[in-house]
Design a binder for this molecule. Structure first.
Ligand code: NI
Ligand code: MN
Length: 227
């Protein structure tokens, strides 16, 4: 699998010939507006962890332009279906096999209002199984005890994508505990630096992870990470 960081919590995930876009917030992100070519993304699928605009603001127009299938919770899917998008709804604990792999919807501790204030259901994370790898995508969340279930579902995740920016989600100290709980040795941090309140000290975060033998990658915009 190939992960391209598109700022905040957005990644293009390529699995074989399949293209998945996670939590698109690009045109409204001051760090990515002039760096990411939205028209070139062409995702087959768009995965949304919750309804907040810093995870969904580009989903509608990208989905409509490319015929992408939006995978999200029931309420988020209904909101996008009302706008003409194709959707596949999961809810917490459910899993579904797609042509690129399997997605299991997990809990997250956060909120999920849609951009217009309507109900976005519960926030979620995902466990993505593809190409014989397991990836934990936490979504916006605080540290929570449900994470202890994750290594029991399949095997230890080969990679976890965790928020590290603090204030609106867990910070890197709690993300390190999360990485230990889910038993992964490789973490890509997200949800950092986009706004003033979530600017973090990169060296401190990376070295804090290193003391426990866990690799923390704080990607640059457009950085590619292969798994
Ligand atoms: Ni959020
Ligand atoms: Mn967020």
């Amino acid at each position: 699998m190939r992960f391209t960081y598109l700022g905040h919590s957005c990644f293009l995930i390529e699995s074989g010939s399949h293209r998945l876009l996670l939590d698109p917030f690009i045109s409204g992100n001051p760090l990515t507006t002039d760096k990411v070519d939205i028209l070139a993304l062409k995702p087959d699928y768009i995965l949304l962890t919750h309804g907040h605009s810093d995870h969904t603001s580009d989903a509608e127009h990208i989905a409509l332009a490319n015929g992408s299938l939006i995978i999200a919770n029931f309420e988020v899917c209904n909101w996008f279906a009302d706008r003409g998008c194709q959707t596949f709804a999961l809810n917490t604990g459910g899993k579904k096999q797609f042509d690129f792999g399997t997605v299991k919807m997990l809990s997250a501790t956060h909120s999920s209002t849609m951009p217009d204030g309507s109900d976005g259901g519960d926030p979620n994370g995902f466990l993505l199984q593809a190409e014989n790898k397991v990836v934990y995508i936490a979504g916006d969340t605080g540290l929570n005890a449900d994470m202890a279930l994750i290594p029991k579902y399949f095997v230890r995740p080969d990679l976890a994508i965790l928020p590290v920016g603090d204030v609106f989600t867990m910070g890197y100290e709690d993300a390190l505990i999360a990485a230990q709980i889910v038993e992964t040795s490789k973490v890509i941090g997200c949800h950092f630096d986009t706004f003033d309140p979530i600017k973090i000290d990169h060296n401190k975060a990376i070295s804090t992870f290193a003391t426990k033998g866990i690799e923390l990658i704080l990607p640059q915009i457009n950085q590619v990470i292969n798994l």
